[in-house]
Design a protein around this ligand. Structure first.
Ligand SMILES: Cc1ncc(COP(=O)(O)O)c(C=O)c1O
Length: 420
């Protein structure tokens, strides 16, 4: 690279990534092949439209790449192309979710043919502070400005989803679409029960499986495809691909997929990023191998060990543990000093974990080379900029080959750093 300024910065970032222990739940390390596809000449090509229906010439090869990506996406999640459609053009997770709502949820304030003005449809989504994502209808996101969010949260005692409560909300509010799949929820989601929630409102069921897509592909987390109408996912978290997103849509008489394709292009985007689509195709092929199934299995095993080891040392985990790659730790615990839980052979208690805010915890860990993110915990009384917890994930470090014994050491080190 001739640009020495950028080259130096890329090298510095590479070094940082190599040195750090990365416990950011939404990150991963892609393969050389994915990087090669991303950095290829495909970035030079404009390809507005869809395969066979482009607005630019010279797209024979790009068509083949997009079709291959579509084929691999459907195969990976064991979907019949007669029953499911997939759009592989969304640039990332947030625009993918926006495209789904643009296609399927009525906008307010639009003059109708009969002279009346339309009322905005409702998106039922988990609140940000309970583990939902901004794009599930949060006010600061476009999805909360154009539509009305019907928020839902967790049971305050179990810190898990109370499906009966959700059904009641859906029955009362009649949302157009109910979104499940979250940003900071460590547990398995019961997709059948989420279907019942959507049915209670006679609405659509959308799953945003961004965080868990790699675990679903690897067969270690239940697949939402038996129940959902629409499934969105980013491709860069547990799925271990480039930054991009996919929208899967059930093919039936409603023909929702036609509306979604139109919302992606020309509704919200112009030319798709062919280099990114090729890189997604590479990642999807990698994710369909036995080695990836083993990887996904190890990700969850590692998360369970990390959770157990932290809990053993007195750290309170949201919902008491994890079924996935993700752990939410309550470092603050409402300011109360935790009782020491680790005992020595004589039954004497070792020092317990002390109260520390999520911000301070993440900063202290970073100084010692462990990268996490501060995160709100359900019913957090502290502000989002300095919340009560940290979020951890095992996908990135598992890619580097780390196993249970390594995560035992990581938990020990984290505990030492946080208790200082
Ligand atoms: C559940 C979920 N959906 C969507 C997104 C948004 O993805 P992106 O950052 O690619 O826009 C995220 C990102 O963290 C997420 O966790």
């Amino acid at each position: 690279m001739k640009d020495t300024q950028i080259k130096k910065l890329i090298e510095a970032e590479k070094k940082r990534q190599k040195k750090a222990i990365n416990l950011i739940a939404s990150e991963n390390y892609v393969s050389r092949d994915v990087l090669e596809a991303l950095g290829s000449e495909l970035t030079n090509k404009y390809a507005e439209g869809y395969a066979g229906k482009r607005y630019y010439g010279g797209n024979d090869i790009i068509d083949k790449i997009e079709e291959l990506c579509i084929d691999r996406a459907l195969k990976l999640f064991r979907l019949d192309p007669n029953e499911w459609h997939v759009n592989v053009q969304p640039l990332s997770g947030s625009p993918a979710n926006l495209a789904v709502f643009t296609a399927l949820v009525p906008r307010g304030g639009v003059k109708q043919e009969d002279g009346t003005t339309s009322v905005a449809g409702k998106i039922m989504g988990m609140s940000l502070d309970q583990g939902g994502h901004l794009t599930h209808g949060q006010k600061v996101s476009a999805t909360g400005k154009f539509w009305q969010q019907i928020p839902y949260g967790l049971d305050p005692v179990t810190e898990t989803i109370n499906y009966d409560q959700l059904r009641e909300i859906a029955m009362k509010e009649k949302p157009t679409i109910v979104v499940s799949g979250y940003t900071a929820y460590p547990r398995i989601i019961d997709w059948k029960k989420m279907r019942e929630v959507s049915d209670a409102s006679e609405g659509l069921m959308m799953v945003d499986m961004s965080h868990i897509a790699g675990l679903v592909a690897g067969g270690v987390y239940p697949s939402p495809f038996d129940y959902a109408d629409v499934v969105t996912t980013t491709t860069h978290k547990t799925l271990r691909g480039p930054r991009a997103a996919l929208i899967f849509v059930k093919k039936d008489a409603r023909e929702l997929y036609k509306k979604i394709d139109k919302a992606v292009f020309p509704g919200l985007q112009g030319g798709p990023h062919a280099n990114q689509i090729a890189a997604v195709a590479v990642a999807l092929k990698e994710a369909s191998t036995p080695a990836f199934r083993k990887y996904a299995n190890q990700v969850v095993k590692n998360a369970k060990v990390l959770a157990e080891e932290l809990e053993k040392r007195g750290w309170r985990l949201i919902s008491g543990g994890t079924d996935s790659h993700l752990i939410l730790v309550d470092t603050w615990n409402d300011g109360k000093k935790r009782e020491p839980l680790v005992k020595d052979a004589a039954g004497k208690a070792e020092a317990g974990a002390g109260a520390i805010t999520g911000k301070e915890a993440s900063e202290r860990l970073e100084k010692q080379g462990i990268i996490v993110n501060k995160n709100a915990i359900p019913f957090d009384k502290r502000p989002p900029a300095d919340p009560s917890g940290i979020r951890l994930g095992t996908a990135a470090e598992t890619t580097r080959g780390r196993k249970e014994k390594d995560f035992k050491l990581i938990a020990k080190k984290m505990d030492e750093i946080l208790r200082k």
